[in-house]
Design a protein around this ligand. Sequence first.
Ligand code: 7RM
Length: 643
Amino acid sequence: MSNANVYPPSAEFSAQAYVPSLEAYRALYDKAKENPEEFWGALAREQLHWFEPFDQVFEWNPPFVKWFSGGKTNASYNCLDRHLSTARKNKVAILWEGEPGDQRMISYQELHRLVCRFANVLKARGLQAGDRAIIYMPMVPELPVAMLACARLGITHSVVFGGFSAEALKARIQDLEAQIVITADGGWRRGREIRLKDAVDEALRECPSVRDCIVYKRTGGHVQMQAGRDFWWHELEESASETCPATPLDSEHPLFVLYTSGTTGKPKGILHTTAGYLLQTTMTMKWVFDLKEEDTYWCTADIGWVTGHSYIVYGPLSAGATTLMYEGAPDYPAFDRFWRIVEKYRVNIFYTSPTAIRALLRQGDHWPNQHDLSSLRLLGSVGEPINPAAWEWYHRVIGKGRCPIVDTWWQTETGAILIAPMPGAVPLKPGSGTLPMPGILPEIVDLDGKPVGENKEGFLVIQRPWPSMLRTIWRDPQRYKEQYWGKVSGVYFTGDAARRDSDGYYWILGRVDDVMNVSGHRLSTMEVESALVRHPAVAEAAVVGKPHEITGQAVCCFVTLKKGDYDHEALGKELRQWVAHEIGAFARPEEIRFTEALPKTRSGKIMRRLLREIVTSHTVTGDVTTLEDMGVITKLAAQHDED
Ligand code: 7RM
């Protein structure tokens, strides 16, 4: 191995792992590469329940792919029914802790009952396969219940993260032309109620497609119920039957749409379908998390992001796991909440984000050291590159040097983990996602598609379609084609820069487009800019990500104002609040800088690259030959020195 800091798997871990050696990994990888039909076909038959068998493993009409054509299956059936004839029927499926400390343990049988009853509620409201449901809920078990009830009937769901504002919610409901919104009165976050139903009411004023709104009572806070449109979950459920067979659906039936930020102001509805998505999320539970029957598994993500879809709900439940769900904040009521939960439920596999690790690391070792973390056997990381210092802390203080860390690279679009170590097989290097999963052929190329060679930085692309790949952008196949298959000919363009070292390990360097990553949440610069220019005082805005010690990046805005007298301090505050209201609190800018002009090219394009340099290194060194007025840059750079 070329790098000094290498952590090989312990003999003890390897001995019990699904994939126990580098040779075993290579054999699996080569098999998938040489004969993908046979590899994926066999796994699909063995790992999923089929109402009708498929007749083709994949059909690739670039850039559109179909997996397991002709087959009929159902994601809800695979996550529930098929476990009921096994010893898993009384195993805890969802282990839940609310922020106030309330808890629920829901067995597979019980979860099946809840899902069937709610599916019957949806049926009674006239919903059927092909319809769309928006789900806007806190992290309570009824959120996965709603997802699985939709999946059971072939209703395509779109979960909107509870941190999104009414504006953002409205845009998603409208784009999806959803017939129904499933929500709650609110949820708990740092002891305060997040009032979800109020946001829904605001959004629904301009959403003619929505006929019904079902409201789950979580907090008991006061809500307005509009007669004929709004119904209480518990009232509708009262008379619902517990029997609801899962509908056999085509392999390619749309399972869900999840909106994510792209390079324009308009979020993209990423479409995932049924069989391929489920197969690859199921397989990665075993390959990457080495999931065993007796494990208690906890992914701390919110289900409103793709990580929660794939690794709290579909992957773990399809694999028959006990999946832990926690409603609230990691620092509530104190900085040891995560470690308290690990100790209390004897968590074995723990999957979180570098942002959370860095935030908790800063609070000191005494928080985790107060708790017995000896149940942990595997740690995971996702959402952004993990810096070696955070990795070492996670490894030493949380894992006590015993637990492998799986650094998992993937995207909303990829559906499942594509680059990550198989922990019993692959030696770890802090900061590297290590090696690709079976069936994944990454390459690092220049814009002409030429491989850049060892240790050179380039664009990360994927050379072949994989089962859980996005199928299109909702109602915008043209954008799908251009965004993912039009940048470098013939390959999937990830939007990330990366390099590959002499051991074949991948090092992800971050986005190459105008997408920021704040606490592992994707956010486009354009989305924030569009929000800012909707404010009456703002003339123009340019937004860049600025390096941030905890959140990875922070939102930094350069703003020019319309004519008038302004109190810059008050307006700065107001604009930060404005963005939080337009998009969601997680998008709240860290900094608003007022300026008289923005750096532009002669054709009028804002040169964000220069602004990025200013916020990163406080100077501009790169090429400025296309800049129209150098004075702007001098002023902006000088402005920082005054701060
Ligand atoms: C799962 C998720 C995707 C973007 C992706 C990267 C970054 C994610 C890692 C990572 C380095 C990782 N989906 N990213 N995981 N960068 N190492 N392990 O985060 O659609 O929200 O974001 O996140 O830039 O393109 S996402």
